[in-house]
Design a protein. Structure first.
Length: 204
């Protein structure tokens, strides 16, 4: 994986250097010991000796960032076998550049001829040429999601939860985590194992 996907609020936090960590679910059936790091040559393995490749690389690797964006173009019908489907045709040009949802810009397609206009596109479909942010991996470790510290929750770009709590940013992060992962079966109270990726934004 050479890219990382982030939601709009996290993009804004990265741009302000408020987000320098990200946690991603380890999609493996792990026991309570998780994974262990052997060495730079062999990388990670589970406690049965099975090698596990970290999809986020290693310290020093660079990753480009995908985010939701608005692209000038149109939807076009085509035949996939006997089924009629649609695909998006990118028609971006200098006067109609890509726009970014994180910038709070909203565009409507309008009544353009043949349906050509700005269309909102999910981050997963962002090509490398439209990415405006790159990060460098500083460190990678493995832990349970509930092991996050208050300082790490701040480094995740989380907003403070209820101020009366002992760890308001950890509470805010738990809410953010569940908004993304609970419906996938990896909620806060499931306490899944995660990759913890420390990174820095690359400035040119």
């Amino acid at each position: 994986m050479n890219s990382l996907l982030f939601k709009a609020e996290m993009i804004r936090a990265i741009q302000r250097d408020l987000k320098t960590q990200t946690r991603r679910v380890i999609n493996l059936d792990l026991d309570n010991r998780g994974l262990r790091y052997c060495n730079e040559k062999t990388g990670w393995e589970d406690w049965h000796g099975n090698p596990v490749k970290c999809p986020y690389g290693k310290p020093g690797d660079e990753r480009w960032v995908r985010e939701n964006f608005w692209c000038w173009g149109k939807w076009q019908d085509y035949l996939d076998g006997e089924k009629k489907r649609q695909r998006f045709v990118d028609m971006t040009y200098e006067e109609r550049p890509v726009r970014y949802v994180a910038d709070n810009e909203t565009f409507s397609m309008g009544n353009y001829l043949y349906g050509v206009g700005y269309h909102k596109r999910p981050s997963i479909y962002m090509p490398r040429k439209y990415s405006r942010i790159s990060v460098r991996v500083i460190d990678i470790r493995v832990e349970r999601i509930q092991d996050i510290t208050e300082q790490d929750a701040i480094s995740e770009g989380a907003e403070s939860g209820w101020s009366g709590l002992k760890n308001p940013y950890k509470s805010g992060f738990a809410e953010l985590w569940d908004s993304i992962n609970e419906k996938r079966g990896y909620g806060w109270y499931e306490n899944p194992w995660v990759w913890v990726v420390d990174f820095e934004r690359i400035t040119i």
